[in-house]
Design a protein around this ligand. Structure first.
Ligand code: HEM
Length: 202
């Protein structure tokens, strides 16, 4: 098999990645919508989220949705990380970046035209955004653990500044995730063929 046929036959996004991506999107949607309902029961700020945008109907129902989706988010996230680390993909696709490629991408960003020419390789902006959201979800899970089992995780609780501060950390990490999703959807709308590859693999 020539290199070209191999490249054509190998999916851009393998099946495990697509499954993991869409399960993660579902878990995030459920967690955010139920989280807003939980927030409404005891708001940190002088506003509430519109009930129509929330999930669970009432505090108890929202907590059940939140905990159910939490297992999906964590199990799926761990599997995603495991495959990415074990296969070296995390390093190749997200971390390894030659100074030359970085400068070229930086120049393109400043000129307002960042390339999507090679769908197998993410540009610097994509790498930065995806690494950011991975770390942000990690922070959401860790601060969530403190809110859920504060007594069982005293070190984590103190590292996050105590229970009350962990609530703010959890809120702002949620806000950052929602901002990521908004930009992510705008980028997908700008380059719709990337959506097809995330669905069909090619
Ligand atoms: C809701 C939370 C979401 C999160 C946290 C998220 C996160 C990510 C991440 C980390 C990647 C890179 C995956 C990898 O290569 O390992 C990615 C790729 C992608 N996502 Fe999402 N995503 C979300 C929702 C969505 C939704 C709703 C859509 C479409 C409507 C979407 C469309 C895509 C597409 C098309 C790609 C490939 C982009 C490309 O080739 O540059 N995502 N997403």
């Amino acid at each position: 098999m020539t290199e070209i046929t191999h490249a054509i036959r190998t999916p851009i996004h393998p099946l495990w990645l697509r499954l993991s991506h869409w399960l993660n999107a579902l878990a995030v949607l459920v967690m955010v919508a139920s989280g807003w309902r939980i927030y409404n029961a005891s708001p940190l700020f002088p506003f509430r989220f519109a009930n129509d945008l929330t999930l669970g109907g009432w505090l108890g129902g929202a907590i059940q949705w939140h905990f159910a989706a939490m297992w999906l988010l964590v199990a799926n996230g761990l599997l995603y990380l495991l495959v990415n680390v074990a296969s070296g993909r995390l390093w190749r696709q997200f971390l390894l970046l030659s100074p030359r490629a970085f400068c070229a991408d930086l120049k393109a960003v400043l000129h307002g035209r960042l390339s999507h020419a090679d769908p197998r390789r993410y540009n610097t902006a994509q790498r930065a955004a995806y690494l950011f959201v991975m770390l942000d979800i990690l922070l959401l899970v860790l601060s969530g653990l403190v809110l859920w089992q504060s007594v069982q995780f005293p070190l984590l609780r103190e590292l996050l500044g105590g229970y009350e501060v962990a609530r703010y950390v959890h809120f702002f990490a949620m806000a950052a995730l929602v901002a990521f999703v908004a930009v992510h959807l705008a980028m997908v709308a700008l380059v719709p063929r990337t959506l097809l590859t995330m669905i069909r693999g090619r």
